[in-house]
Design a binder for this molecule. Structure first.
Ligand SMILES: Cc1ncc(COP(=O)(O)O)c(C=O)c1O
Length: 388
């Protein structure tokens, strides 16, 4: 019998029924009061999530990468210098995006899985005083590492560079504070911690970034922020182009649901689920990957046991149990698999994922003590319950 796949990946995350219903409802025409209200509500909620009073939020029909591309196109000019601390697949996407737009890319390179060191970024900025923008990735989804954006933003600001941050897999998942951390551009996506469908990118833009936009000559059209700003300022806010209306209806419902409890519930939930996955994997004798594990609440990268290809694990758990884990990317392909634990996940979602993992490993010949991962996760949930 066909059943929906069980998604335990770091995005798209499982979509709540309320969101599916909202996006399956009749379309709200995109020019007029109905869509205007959707945009106003979504923007207000996102400002709360970004922790900003000052930024403008632009909503674009695109996956997260389009929002990142828009940042490059709107605050920079061909030939400008940027600095990218490289520590995984998504920071490398910044590099590729910047290079493809004719920017001069300076890098500070780290082995995948490492945390970027702010003092080393500061030193690189001293060495390259013409850097206009530092391109950061808060949650490096390929390794699970949460990068120290607050400190990195500080060193970038001290060097007079714009702070442009990918928060695609971290906004709403872990703490972020646009105003307090003095960030200039932060790009999020609908399909991650908010558990809406993919298709909408949101971009928070500071006053400083708007000033840079005023003189930036990078070619742009679809993603031109000035056009988005003009349409967003209409009495009934609009998108310039025909937007992904259904996704917007779903995102509206997803934010309403998220804010029923708010970040005060979401962050500790992600922390608890993360701990349960990590302690569950360790109870099976598996090694975890990446620095700063206690802060890495979005996704856990787990090393495949000696002699087993990590892709065999993700393939088998999917074919046998319909459970989708994420494979390793880049140099981690075949070496790690990743379990996402942000967004619309409950304790029992994690338990059933760990149970499927135990059975999968056993089928692949790994010596599993049945129930060990599940018991460890239950232990975490009970401990958190007793201490809260
Ligand atoms: C940190 C990060 N940045 C960017 C992206 C790319 O987003 P999209 O696939 O929505 O373009 C992802 C997607 O996984 C991500 O995790």
């Amino acid at each position: 019998m066909d059943r929906p796949e069980i998604i335990l990946a770091p995005g798209p995350t499982p979509i709540p029924p309320e969101v599916l219903l909202a996006q399956g409802s009749p379309l709200v025409y995109h020019r007029g009061p109905g869509f205007g209200k959707l945009m106003r509500d979504v923007t207000t909620r996102l400002k709360e999530l970004y922790r900003t009073d000052r930024a403008e939020i632009l909503l674009m029909t695109s996956s997260g990468t389009g929002g990142l591309e828009s940042a490059i196109q709107n605050v920079l000019s061909p030939g400008d210098e940027v600095l990218v601390p490289l520590a995984g697949f998504f920071s490398d996407r910044w590099r590729a995006l910047a290079e493809s737009h004719g920017l001069v890319v300076r890098t500070v390179e780290y082995e995948w899985g490492r945390k970027v060191v702010p003092s080393e970024v500061a030193a690189a900025l001293q060495e390259h005083p013409d850097v206009k923008a530092v391109l950061l990735t808060q949650s490096e989804t390929s390794t699970g590492v949460i990068q120290p954006v607050r400190e990195l933003a500080r060193v970038a600001r001290e060097a007079g560079a714009l702070v442009v941050c990918d928060v695609v897999s971290s906004l709403g998942a872990v703490p972020f504070a646009f105003d307090e951390w003095d960030v200039d551009v932060a790009v999020g996506g609908s399909q991650k911690a908010l558990s809406a469908s993919p298709g909408i990118a949101f971009v928070a833009v500071s006053e400083r970034a708007w000033t840079a936009h005023g003189t930036a000559t990078m070619p742009r059209y679809y993603f031109d922020w000035s056009i988005y700003r003009r349409y967003a300022a209409l009495p009934d806010p609009e998108n310039p182009w025909t937007p992904a209306i259904s996704v917007m209806q779903g995102l509206h419902a997803a934010l309403e649901l998220y804010f029923q409890d708010g970040v005060d519930a979401a962050y500790p939930r992600h922390r608890t689920l993360s701990r349960a996955v990590k302690e569950g994997a360790q109870a099976l004798g598996l090694d975890l990957f990446g620095e700063g594990l206690e802060d890495n609440w979005t996704v856990t990268a787990i090393r495949a046991p000696e002699g087993i290809d990590a892709n065999a694990i993700t393939d088998r758990i999917r074919s046998d149990f319909g459970c989708v884990l994420a494979p390793g990317q880049g140099p981690l392909k075949g070496k790690v698999f990743r379990i996402g634990h942000f967004g619309y996940f409950s304790e029992l979602d994690i338990i059933r994922g760990l149970s499927a993992l135990e059975m999968t490993l056993e089928r692949l010949g790994y010596p599993v003590k049945r129930g060990a991962a599940v018991a460890a996760a239950e232990g975490v949930f009970q401990e958190v319950q007793e201490t809260s």
